[in-house]
Design a protein around this ligand. Structure first.
Ligand code: ADP
Ligand code: LRH
Length: 467
């Protein structure tokens, strides 16, 4: 039996898990901790030192493992100076400092050129726009969040490839840093550390080993959480789409070659790097952030009863486009949903279950639009949607997604990201073969729930939000 420790940091919670591979594959949570934006004056930060402390605590609880893998949300970074010290506190991607930067860059470089270089969707907070809004004077190196945290554990710097592909600064064709683009943008090319690929490993620093009570190594995994989640999709067939559903819903298909057409660019699709040269062709849908922020505004009522009441609430009473930019920052989400309903000539929901129903139907519509467009733009055949992540525990959302997309949904595993993290480590240790074998093991060992579409026609619902 081999044990691997997975550190998985989502935007709403972080966890340290232990995966054990032997006859099967099991996953145990050793430590879970809250995560989220911390506002200081006008800036939204991550509590990066708090996360580091929780990781150390979780690794101590986990006990000795063959190696440690770290993944987190993408795009955000810390800057370190010439002495290796962190400059400032990493800023949250929902912060407003990038307002207008994307538009300026796209006007200067041209959106066709930008897309042709990186293949990345133009999210307003892509690393490239954040760097242009940042103070870089004393910065020697930019480290993406999992790379920063593993630097603190090992003392080694690098940029893991799957996460580097979310910066807007990686050449989608060569999978190397796009230095000419850095140059055109006036960004110092030396900021970008050497790339590393899943499987590379480094030893823990002695004082870290002392802190956690055991010595070991950190193995680079698919450090973008979505890449780890997609690696653990429990499929034994190639004709699938996926929705990695947590704070965000990342909805799309897996390809061998990127799609870089004007249609794809205009539809907001991204070509992020998966493991083994795969392309994660997907679109960001606003995700359960809409629900998380609503619950926060309501003082965190219990979710179970609310979902049960939402299941009984009248269908299609109010629908919003979940990707409306006003929903991106933190704040009073129900008020924004109500305002968006009014703006689009609809009566806002009258009670909490009505709001939850509106959020989940709107999100299912977001899933429908992204999956249908991914299929159309890529030509990929799809007969099943795998919905993984925390959202797979939401039966109403899974059923609505099956109905909206007109495809069966296989829900689970909830902790696909941590499983992908463990499996990439296990592969590096020679304990398992390639992607198909990893996925087959997840399919054979994890709890999955099946939802069949109930034959409803969601075309009218979609037309409503386009109007
Ligand atoms: P992230 O990795 O982005 O932090 P997760 O994959 O952990 O997100 O998913 C978190 C979301 O999962 C929560 O916002 C919540 O909506 C959903 N979720 C978690 N547990 C449950 C549950 N028991 N029932 C329904 N939904 C749940
Ligand atoms: C999901 C995720 C997503 C990114 C977003 C910033 O956690 O990594 O893939 O677009 O966070």
């Amino acid at each position: 039996m081999s044990r691997f420790a997975a550190v998985d940091l989502g935007a709403s919670s972080g966890r340290v898990m232990v995966g054990e591979l032997g006859d099967g594959l099991s996953l145990t949570e050793t430590h879970r901790f809250a995560n989220g934006p911390v506002r200081v004056h006008d800036t939204l930060h991550w509590d990066i030192l708090g996360l580091h402390r929780e990781i150390l605590y979780g690794l101590r609880l986990a006990g000795p493992a063959r190696s440690i893998g770290i993944d987190s949300w993408a795009i955000d970074y810390g800057l370190i100076d010439a002495r290796g010290a962190l400059i400032g506190n990493p800023v949250h991607y929902r912060d407003a400092r990038t307002t207008g930067v994307r538009e300026r860059v796209l006007a200067d470089i041209g959106s066709a050129d930008m897309y042709d270089i990186s293949g990345l969707q133009f999210l307003p907070f892509n690393t490239v726009y954040q760097l242009l809004a940042d103070q870089l004077a004393d910065a020697e190196t930019m480290l993406l969040i999992p790379d920063l945290l593993s630097y603190w554990l090992t003392g080694e710097i690098g940029a893991e490839l799957t996460n580097a592909s979310t910066t807007g600064l990686l050449d989608v064709r060569t999978q190397n840093w796009a230095y000419p683009l850095m140059d055109r943008l006036g960004l110092p090319p030396g900021l970008l550390p050497p790339l590393r690929v899943p499987g590379d490993s480094e030893r823990l620093r002695p004082e870290v080993a002392e802190d956690i009570g055991w010595a070991g190594t950190v193995t680079a995994v698919a450090s973008h959480d979505t890449a780890s989640a997609v690696a653990a999709v429990p499929t034994t067939y190639p004709d699938f789409a996926y929705i990695s559903c947590g704070t965000w819903s990342l909805a799309g298909v897996e390809l061998r070659v990127p799609v870089l057409t004007a249609e794809s660019r205009e539809a907001g699709f991204t070509n992020e790097a998966g493991i083994d040269g795969t392309v994660r062709y997907l679109r960001n849908v606003m995700g359960l952030w809409l629900l998380q922020e609503s619950l926060r505004a309501w003082g965190q009522p219990e979710l179970g009863p609310l979902l049960a009441a939402a299941a009984q609430a009248p269908p299609f009473a109010a629908l919003v486009n979940p990707d409306t930019p006003i929903f991106l920052p933190p704040g009073d989400m129900p008020a924004r949903i109500a305002a968006e309903c009014r703006r689009t000539g609809q009566e806002p929901p009258g009670d909490l279950p009505g709001f939850v129903r509106c959020v989940l139907e709107s999100l299912a519509l977001g899933h429908r639009m992204a999956i249908r467009q991914a299929i159309e733009l890529s030509g990929q055949r799809v007969n099943t949607i795998h919905l993984v992540g925390g959202g797979s525990r939401n039966a109403l959302l899974c059923q609505l997604t099956a109905d909206a997309c007109g495809l069966p949904v296989v829900a689970g595993p909830t902790e696909a990201t941590a499983l992908g993290n463990v499996l990439v480590q296990a592969r590096a240790a020679g304990e398992i073969g390639g992607l198909p074998e990893m996925r087959a093991l997840v399919a054979a060992t994890q709890n999955l729930t099946y939802y069949e579409p109930r034959g409803e026609d969601w075309a009218e619902a979609e037309a409503r939000i386009h109007r």
